[in-house]
Design a protein around this ligand. Sequence first.
Ligand code: SF4
Ligand code: SF4
Length: 205
Amino acid sequence: MKKKNKYKKQDLDQKKSRIFAELERLYQKMEMAYNEIASRLGLKCSECEDNCCVSYFQHHTHIEWAYFFKGLKTLSQDRQKQIISRAKEYVDLSKKELEKGIRPKIMCPVNENGLCILYKYRLMICRLHGIPNTVKMPNGITKKFPGCSMCIALTKNSPYFPIMDRTPFYQALADLERRFTKLLKNPIPKVDYTLAQMILLGAPK
Ligand code: SF4
Ligand code: SF4
């Protein structure tokens, strides 16, 4: 019986690893598309005085949440404890801000000295934020976003500038998410969490 469970777990782990590999390829495609547009716009994060890691990002997939935890587990126990402690502060403070009707602007718990310490494992929105983009929603409505403040300054006098269509990336991620949640025992009906909340909840089961 024990052996059977062991094989079952190995099989499950292999299936998850294969989907993670697909997620990594999708992230690479996003990165290529992002870099191409950012370079045409002349957008350089290295020249930016803002840090968008203080943005109140919410994330919506178990697969990205689980992949982030794969990265978190590569850190030492001490470092993980520090991140958990910062995540608690983030959640407490953001709750207070939201109660006052203020959109929180708090540094992400995995940012240290201005840099993401889990850059390889950062989530989709961290990868796509900044450049102008559109997305066609499942209800057929297309939403448009102008990009970050530095990008708005760069494009404000341009009659034409490149825009990223996020739709194929969202669709590909939704497909991976559908397949990944089938491997979970207790998927949550609607994931809608900040990274700090995800850290405190632990990896999705
Ligand atoms: S995406 Fe925009 S706001 Fe964020 S660091 Fe880059 S230039 Fe700055
Ligand atoms: S995960 Fe990394 S890139 Fe994303 S907000 Fe946090 S520190 Fe920034």
